[in-house]
Design a protein around this ligand. Structure first.
Ligand SMILES: *Cc1c(COP(=O)(O)O)cnc(C)c1O
Length: 508
């Protein structure tokens, strides 16, 4: 296996590189005739004028360039690491052509306040992406406004509210049903929209327990939120029955399609009985994510909910695109403007590049890759594959390290930390909550066989170490930029340090 060492702290920082009077960029002097005309004290209020120089590093251009390249190399990325197995996040390779188009000045130079007649091209690709989104999900009307998956969920739950309110049933329909395998954003979104959360347990196949569902569904049910395949990577084949139970009680079906990587081109939430769906364009439809956005979580609805969707709605007539505000029952706007255009264009580019058959193939390969990993890793000493024994996984698989934890003291967290020493990103750890010592692995379709094998070789090596020399695993990581963190302290807003000053011992 390859030797791996990342750049580390302790290598010179930009302040240590600096030398007084070294210059990287010079502002041209004022034209002599302007010098008299401009009186700085008139332009800037006196209280805001700086009395001392700002204390910036004095460095040359090449030093700045090296500094930032060096910082970028301290990061892990899908373009530099061998595999990014972070389950539920779909860290697939994002084709460069998407970036070229999304960064084009004709796209980035457009202002969202421009009159629609001057931005026909932007409205056209937004409309066409919307058409593709409706086709892939099996829905009838959509909004591109939500700026993330959780934002899409919140929008969707507001639509459920509006629907029941319109029928005079909001007072009684106060509950949203959510399975115990759900992503944490689901209960949070439903709660923020004013609903009470009712949890249903999973059965041993990892799907919704139908008996338990029948007990909780009733006249108080506003709707059910479900991810299918769920966070265990298991497709709930009872979905038609689930929809029948919920609809039978007057509730609506919400599909959390944050991750569509197993089903796009194969089956559609609209055909499974769902009424509302959101999709994370920044996962399945390839936008770099993980650094905090921007993302895009469009929401699609069946025709009977189309009156409630956010305004303005992008419309087309005779080749002319417009923004329609004519929806008297709308829930209103959920975004300052019309959505995040960058991820929308990337998704559109991605769909055009792959085509219908290509999308289907991407789903098939992602499922193949995750089953390859699940089947091999479940035989690694100390690991197991809980739920739905003998059944295939979809785009991801959740292994449990509980055997290893009991036998060696090496827990899932330690396995994840040790993977970093091999130059591999950690899987999602301790989620979903229903699997003890969970390692949630999503390889995605863009990983070659060799990368999958190298990843599994590293997991196998860590298992061997756990049983022979567990302390080596417990001390990990030792090869990374930053070693083992004091996690509660690192996450605490009072102690987290986001400034260079602490490293340079400079006064704040
Ligand atoms: C990622 C994810 C979300 C949340 O999406 P954000 O864009 O991070 O808000 C919701 N549900 C599932 C299943 C997810 O994987």
């Amino acid at each position: 296996m390859r030797e791996y060492r990342q750049a580390r702290w302790g290598e010179p920082l930009i302040f240590e590189l600096g030398r007084e009077d070294r210059v990287g960029f010079a502002v041209s002097p004022l034209e002599p005739e302007l010098e008299d005309a401009v009186d700085i004290s008139e332009l800037v209020p006196s209280g805001m004028l700086r009395e001392k120089p700002p204390g910036l590093p004095e460095v040359s251009e090449i030093e700045v360039l090296r500094h930032f390249i060096h910082l970028s190399q301290m990061n892990y990325s899908v373009s530099s690491g061998i595999i990014y197995p972070l389950g539920s996040c779909t860290m697939k390779y994002n084709p460069v052509v998407n970036e070229v188009l999304a960064g084009h000045p004709k796209i980035t130079g457009v202002h969202p306040d421009q009159d629609p007649s001057t931005v026909q091209g932007t409205l056209e690709f937004m409309y066409k992406l919307q058409e593709g989104f409706l086709e892939v999900t099996g829905m009838d009307a959509a909004t591109l406004q939500p700026a993330a998956g959780a934002h899409g969920e919140y929008t969707g739950i507001l639509l459920i509210r509006a629907y029941h309110a319109d029928r005079g049933e909001l007072e009684t329909r106060t509950e949203i049903i959510i399975p115990d395998s759900a992503h944490g954003t689901n209960p949070a979104s439903a709660m923020m929209a004013g609903f009470k959360i009712v949890e249903v347990p999973s059965d041993e196949d990892g799907g919704v327990d139908l008996e338990a569902l029948r007990i909780v569904v009733g006249p108080k049910t506003a709707g059910l939120m479900l991810t299918n395949p769920n966070t265990l990577g298991i497709f709930d084949s009872n979905i038609a029955k689930i929809a029948e139970i919920v609809h039978g009680a007057g509730g609506l079906m919400y599909y959390d399609g944050a991750n569509l990587n197993a089903v796009m081109g194969k089956c559609r939430p609209g055909d499974m009985g769902f009424d509302i769906v959101h999709v994370n364009l920044h996962k399945t439809f390839s936008t770099p994510h993980g650094g905090g956005g921007p993302g895009s979580g469009p929401v699609g609805v069946k025709a009977f909910l189309a009156d409630y969707i956010p305004v303005p709605v992008i419309e087309e007539a005779d080749g002319v695109y417009s923004l329609s505000w004519d929806r008297p029952k709308t829930i209103g706007k959920v975004h300052g403007y019309n959505g995040n255009v960058g991820p929308i264009l990337r998704a559109y580019t991605y769909i055009l590049t792959l085509g219908g058959e290509g999308l289907k193939l991407a789903s098939e390969l992602s499922v193949l890759n995750s089953n390859y990993i699940a089947e091999k890793l479940k035989n690694v000493r100390g690991l197991s594959l809980p739920y739905a024994e003998g059944k295939p996984r979809m785009h991801e698989a959740v292994l449990s390290a509980s055997g290893m934890a009991e036998e060696t003291g090496v827990r899932a967290l330690n396995v994840s930390k040790k993977l970093l020493d091999y130059g591999i990103h950690a899987p999602t750890t301790y989620f979903p909550l229903i699997v003890p010592e969970a390692l949630m692995i999503e390889p995605t379709e863009t990983e070659p066989l060799e990368a999958l094998d190298e990843f599994m070789e590293a997991v196998k090596a860590i298992s061997d170490l756990a049983y022979s020399d567990p302390d080596v695993v417990l001390e990990a990581p030792v090869n990374t930029t930053i070693g083992r963190l004091d996690e509660p302290r690192a996450a605490h807003p009072r102690t987290i340090c986001l400034s260079w000053r602490i490293y340079c011992n400079m006064p704040p």
